[in-house]
Ligand binder design. Structure first.
Ligand SMILES: [Zn+2]
Length: 322
């Protein structure tokens, strides 16, 4: 009798234990993209911001980038899943200056309700910012990553916010911030030396939209885009006719499509102007797929990293125009 009772109690005990184990694992197993335990849970918008935060955050931070390769941030609208991720994140980093035009309200709402939302380009002083040639409402040109030297100013914004949220990791964040800045400085030197191969009179860059003014100013290119600063406005017939006339008048050898903008517009311009379209797309508002490496001029780089995509752009432009 006692033996039977003991066995029954043992069975009940095992059952309760098993149930508790199952419930715990059920709760842990909910897959919403958020990390376990101590990692900081960070949400980012564009691939350029994601690259910076991932590098500086290292192993201490789980980064969930909302926009992937080829995604146009001007027209990006948040999904139901994004809203949930933004709600749960410890910190949110976005590019800013209304690049993420259609997400602005969502970002501001999250900032008001929970804080922890940072536009990395807030760290760039107004003197380094460009006013668009045509009125992009009342905003500065947001394509700041086109000049790596100016883009380095955004590093501190990320280092400071991560350090404040996770003070124990501060030394790591500061150290990796320095490394990232060094990579960008080296990249700037490399671009200067490659661009020097194009005769000054041939440094004219025609692309799908006005994403290259910072790049152009830094490296001495005259820049023309078929569409304006934002891709949200379509190019008109007059814009197209003007661009065709410009290409003919300047005797430009090649014009360039962009990975995050439909190619049809720039192809039509090329046909009318009788000029070649580059077989390689330029990465303007989004980088390539992570792990998409290429070897060119004896150097291998990953188009899914900021440094790699900038090298790919510069090699494409220099090889096309020189
Ligand atoms: Zn753009």
């Amino acid at each position: 009798m006692i033996k039977k009772l003991c066995i029954s109690l043992l069975v009940v005990g095992v059952l309760i234990g098993g149930l508790a184990w199952l419930l715990k694992n059920e709760a842990d197993g909910v897959n919403d993209g958020s990390p376990d335990g101590e990692l900081l849970n960070v949400v980012t918008t564009t691939t350029m911001v994601t690259d910076m935060v991932k590098y500086i955050g290292g192993e201490r931070v789980h980064v969930h980038g909302l926009m992937g390769a080829g995604v146009d941030p001007h027209s990006y609208q948040v999904t139901f899943k994004d809203t949930a991720a933004l709600k749960k994140a410890n910190l949110v980093f976005y590019s800013g200056h209304h690049l993420e035009g259609k997400m602005q309200d969502v970002l501001e709402k999250r900032k008001e309700s929970k804080g922890g939302v940072f536009a990395v380009t807030d760290a760039v002083d107004d003197a380094s910012l460009l006013k668009p040639q045509e009125e992009f409402e009342k905003y500065y040109d947001p394509h700041i990553w086109g000049n790596p030297s100016t883009w380095t100013n955004c590093v501190d914004e990320v280092v400071d916010a991560l350090s404040e949220a996770d003070p124990e990791g501060k030394d790591e964040y500061v150290g990796r911030g320095e490394q990232y800045r060094k990579q960008l400085t080296d990249l700037h030197e490399w671009i200067m030396s490659r661009v020097a191969e194009i005769p000054a009179g041939q440094r004219v860059l025609v692309t799908s939209h006005d994403a290259f003014f910072y790049f152009g100013k830094a490296y001495g290119f005259e820049v023309r885009g078929l569409q304006g600063i934002s891709t949200n406005s379509e190019s008109g017939l007059k814009d197209r006719a003007d661009l065709v006339a410009f290409i003919k008048q300047r005797g430009i050898k090649m014009i360039f499509p962009e990975s995050s903008v439909n190619k049809k517009g720039i192809e039509a311009v090329a046909e009318e102007a009788g000029v070649k379209v580059s077989e390689h797309e330029l990465f303007s508002d989004a980088m390539g797929e992570p792990g998409d490496t290429v070897t060119l001029h004896g150097e291998t780089y990953d188009k899914g990293t900021y440094v790699g995509m900038m090298k790919h752009n510069v090699n494409t432009i220099v090889d096309g125009l020189k």
